[in-house]
Write a protein that binds this ligand. Structure first.
Ligand code: FES
Length: 492
């Protein structure tokens, strides 16, 4: 009987991204059974996968943790370990499965033994007893082979069992998405950390927007909530994702944003958490929203920042939607905008800034797992950073190529980009300096990309920079077969 596991679980077991495994399915190297893969096939394909062979997934988790920007502070490590009740419930669920399998094995052994008795009996009364003896010998051989398989080490199966104890898998029936819930994280937190655009509002059990329907499995309330369900909702097993964790593997129905149109307009009074001057020209502004009024947005979108006495500023968000309380912006001081100057010269920690939005549709095509090329010009890196962090969290792209063209000596987040390249097998980072005043030089910078790909069809491409740069790049790529609908641009 095939031992089927979801693609996400198989990817976690062998320490690959889901996108890399999806590529094997796409290239017909690995068989898929309605979105699941056979653990035996995985074992054959990755014979060296060991329980401790986890460096890639650990690196990936570090990046996701960085994207979360330690939103939970020191509590994170504690949250990752399931509590005693959750552990007991998960062990109980595994024990039930184990008992069921043991019963099945017992029944099959009985069946075989009865079958052998019947065959022996038939052999006595048959005029061709050797045929029945051959059949019995074949059955003996087959049983011995099964016993050999049973005692053979099965590292992936063992690892899968450990994973089932440490993290519960959530399947969203209506979208087909899956994610894991670590420790006693809420289902909402875990889903957002996995890059899903789940519907929510207050994150605090008040608004009811994170309502979902439990189809199978066991959940546990981790905090009380004020929201009241109707009797009919209670009967249909509705629960709040922000107030519950998954105890066992669960299947739910939940709302997810499919596009920017599904994200509501929001108004938030945020505070300045930190400002970092990275170079003479670039400043990183980090804002913090109230816990009960976080910013819901899609990676790559903008917001409008305002203060009563200044014209508002529409600016790209540079952080990942998985960290909805800590919003980052990259401020270019060369910009003549009054608000930018105010941020650079007058803003202080703890000052208030009004956020309105989100706006814009420079967002990731999550339905496509084609290779992705991100091209950033100077602070056009801001929305690209948000998209890269989101793409890495989603693990859905076959390959990611980040190309950063910059005026200064070094890109202002060069080390961050190199860390991505070091940590991820399917990530490439290149950067090129250019002289803003030399148009021909800019053209030369594209040669690297053209030499690498020559044909840009079948690639999802995202470009952000000034209008001149973006239009020029767009034209060059279209001349090399880039597909218009796969080419998204954002003008600074
Ligand atoms: S997000 Fe408001 S109740 Fe869960």
């Amino acid at each position: 009987m095939p031992r089927l596991v979801s693609l996400s679980r198989a990817a976690k077991l062998v320490g690959l991204s889901r996108g890399a495994l999806q590529k094997r399915v796409h290239d017909l190297e690995l068989k898929s059974f309605e979105g699941q893969v056979n653990l035996d096939d995985i074992e054959k394909m990755f014979p060296d996968a060991k329980l401790e062979d986890n460096h890639i997934i650990e690196d990936l988790e570090k990046i996701v943790e960085q994207a979360l920007k330690k939103a939970h502070g020191a509590k994170l490590a504690k949250l990752l370990a399931p509590d005693a009740y959750t552990l007991a419930a998960r062990l109980q669920s595994i024990t039930k499965d184990h008992a069921r399998s043991k019963n099945q094995v017992h029944e099959f052994i009985e069946l075989f033994s009865n079958l052998q008795s019947q065959i022996s009996h038939l052999a006595k009364t048959s005029d061709k007893p050797h045929l029945f003896e051959d059949l019995n010998n074949w059955l003996d051989d087959s049983i011995n082979k099964i016993q050999d398989v049973v005692i053979k080490p099965a590292p992936l199966l063992e690892k899968d069992t450990v994973l089932r104890v440490m993290a519960a898998q959530v399947h969203i029936k209506n979208t087909g998405h899956e994610f894991f819930v670590d420790g006693t994280n809420s289902i909402l937190e875990a889903g957002l950390s996995a890059g899903l655009a789940l519907n929510y509002g207050c994150s605090n059990g008040i608004c009811g927007k994170c309502k979902a329907k439990l189809i199978s499995g066991e959940i546990k309330k981790i905090k009380p909530h004020d929201f009241v369900f109707s009797e009919s909702e209670k009967l249909q097993n509705y629960f709040l994702c922000c107030s519950n964790t998954a105890i066992t593997e669960i299947e739910i129905e939940a709302d997810e944003a499919g596009s920017e149109k599904d994200i509501p307009a929001q108004q938030i009074a945020a505070k300045v958490k930190k400002m970092d001057k990275l170079t003479d020209d670039v400043l990183i502004l980090n804002l913090k929203t109230p816990r009960t009024n976080r910013l819901r947005f899609l990676a790559g979108q903008n917001v409008i920042l305002s203060r009563a006495d200044l014209p508002p500023l529409e600016i790209a968000i540079a952080s990942c939607p998985c960290d909805d309380m800590n919003i980052q912006f990259h401020i270019s001081k060369n910009n003549n905008n009054l608000f930018t100057r105010y941020i650079a010269e007058e803003l202080n920690n703890s000052d208030s800034i009004h956020i309105e939005g989100p706006t814009g549709s420079f967002i990731l095509d999550e339905d496509s797992n084609k290779p992705v090329i991100f091209i950033a010009f100077d602070t056009g890196f801001a929305p690209i950073k948000s998209l890269v962090e989101h793409a890495v969290t989603l693990e859905h792209a076959e390959f990611i190529h980040l190309y950063w063209i910059h005026a200064g000596e070094k890109p202002y987040m060069h080390n961050q980009c190199r860390a991505w390249e070091d940590a991820l097998d399917n990530f490439k980072y290149q950067q090129q300096q250019y002289d803003n005043s030399d148009a021909q030089q800019l053209e030369d910078k594209f040669k690297i990309l053209i030499d690498e790909y020559s044909d840009f069809s079948d690639k999802n491409i995202y470009i952000c920079g000034t209008e001149k740069m973006v239009r020029k790049t767009q034209q060059v790529l279209l001349n090399h077969n880039a597909e218009k609908e796969r080419l998204k641009i954002q003008i600074l």
